[in-house]
Design a protein around this ligand. Structure first.
Ligand SMILES: [Fe+2]
Length: 248
């Protein structure tokens, strides 16, 4: 039986519904303002009890199907250096993910049964991203589920895709965070004015973060509350939205 609502709107509070309907002047179009803002963190937009129910369904059903995604620091980035101060670090990451791209994967079958794929493809999920970003977005978008455990992180990267004509001028990501109470902290650090000077907590239950990529950012290692390492996880439900073609 599906445990997730079929529309994202059904998870929203009154504040969330106001944003969805384009009636919250502070949040709507927030990523289009001048000076440009690349990142917005929204709380109080998803009903916390519903968020907890979604998280518990992921914990029970999807957790056993996850795959580790790991790109460590390449040893040659240190040992192969021949010149002082010439270090270069590619994107590093360790996180678990649900493979939703393949219909043959266990993750896909479970996500379908739970109603998770339906929720992430729902009209109101895309409409919410469009409302906050202030842009017309394509009606088809990429979906992903990530799960950070203790020590999982994403190193500095910018999500720029200069080889992809549809994404090279920028695109929008929207993340729904569903953390367990055993998480002590995890932070998003991002650049403004050429420095990694901005920091925002991503340890939320039902928090929504919206990004206008590319820009430099990283996610700090998840830290569990003392003695609660086994239960500390942060689930991220993610949509990646390209801009709608101009003139439509
Ligand atoms: Fe990123």
């Amino acid at each position: 039986m599906p445990l997730f609502p079929s529309e994202f709107a059904d998870l929203l509070t009154l504040k969330g519904l106001r944003i969805l309907r384009g009636r919250d002047p502070e949040a709507c179009g927030a990523l289009l303002r001048v000076p440009p803002r690349r990142f917005l963190s929204l709380t109080g937009v998803i009903d916390v009890r519903k968020a907890a129910a979604c998280r518990d369904a992921l914990e029970e059903e999807l957790r056993g199907t996850l795959t580790v995604m790991e790109d460590p620091i390449p040893p040659e980035s240190l040992l192969g250096m021949t010149e002082n101060y010439s270090e270069l670090l590619p994107k590093t990451v360790r996180v678990r993910t649900a493979l939703l791209g393949s219909r043959r994967s266990r993750s896909w079958r479970v996500a379908e049964r739970l109603g998770l794929t339906t929720l992430l493809r729902s009209e109101s999920f895309g409409a919410f991203a469009a409302a906050v970003s202030g842009r017309a977005l394509r009606r088809r978008w990429g979906i992903q589920v990530l799960c950070y455990g203790p020590g999982d992180y994403t190193g500095p990267h910018n999500d720029h895709h200069p080889e992809d004509p549809e994404a090279r001028d920028g695109y929008v990501d929207m993340h729904i965070t569903l953390a367990t109470p055993a998480v002590a902290h995890q932070w998003l650090v991002y650049a403004r004015g050429g420095h990694f000077s901005e920091i925002a907590s991503v340890n939320t239950l039902g928090g929504v973060t919206v990004y206008r990529l590319p820009f430099w950012h990283y996610t700090t290692p998840l830290v569990a509350r003392p003695g609660a390492e086994d239960a500390a996880r942060r689930w991220v439900l993610l949509g990646t939205f390209l801009d709608a073609p101009r003139g439509r």
